[in-house]
Design a protein around this ligand. Sequence first.
Ligand SMILES: [Zn+2]
Length: 276
Amino acid sequence: MPTLTCEISQSLWTALQRKSEETGESVSHLVSRALADSLQVEHGTLFQVSTSGALVEGVFGGVVSVGTLREHGDFGLGTFIDLDGEMIVLDGEVYQMRSDGTIRIPDDREQVPFAIVTHFSPDATAALPPFASFKALTADLDARRGTDNLFFAALIRGRFARLHVRIACKADAHESLVEATGHQAEFTHTDIDGTLLGFWTPAFAKGFGIPGWHLHFISDDRKHGGHVLDCTAEGLTVALEHIDDFRVAIPETAAFLAADLSGDTTAALDKAERAH
Ligand SMILES: [Zn+2]
């Protein structure tokens, strides 16, 4: 990360130190936050479109345009209308990975039903030890979090010896998330170079988020990708960012307003997001 060196008045410096002592936040964090506010950069904010509960109930209609999503983040994941594939947002570009294995770049005017994005600004980058499974990878990532009660964004780059992904198939009318992902497409790649990215969501957010690690992949040649179910790799690097600010764009579509979102979605999300 870049280092900022500048001169400020004694009174500002005193106020900054006092604030840091009061809140326990580092001076770097306070300055970054103040600059982000002043420059209108949503630093450390997660912007989510709709809720996981709505997805579980089969509310797959468009809510926010791709263009609006790109204003709120350059990094993230999601899906498309009628669950037509997996979304990954990397370096400000939005990609639609479809169940026939193709990848397209959607127009800014296209609508999306669910997505999570942020302006990625990692706290730290580190070498990852070799891992043989998604479970082993996420156990390693868990050890780096330090708390269960913040959101985290992770970006992992390198060569994957083995990668197993799924891509949701377009849902039929009135299908729920579990029914729709029951006929998902799955692909296995070997020795593939690319980027794996996504989020860790705390358990307390289960009503609107997808608790645990949720990671999507896209290859460096932008030809392959999907929602990651399993992977094996060595010699990779990980960049992590903790996120303490969360915004949700709650849909005002008729389908969302009429949906029953009072149920516990834990089992359905676990089946839809991890089963293969
Ligand atoms: Zn996914």
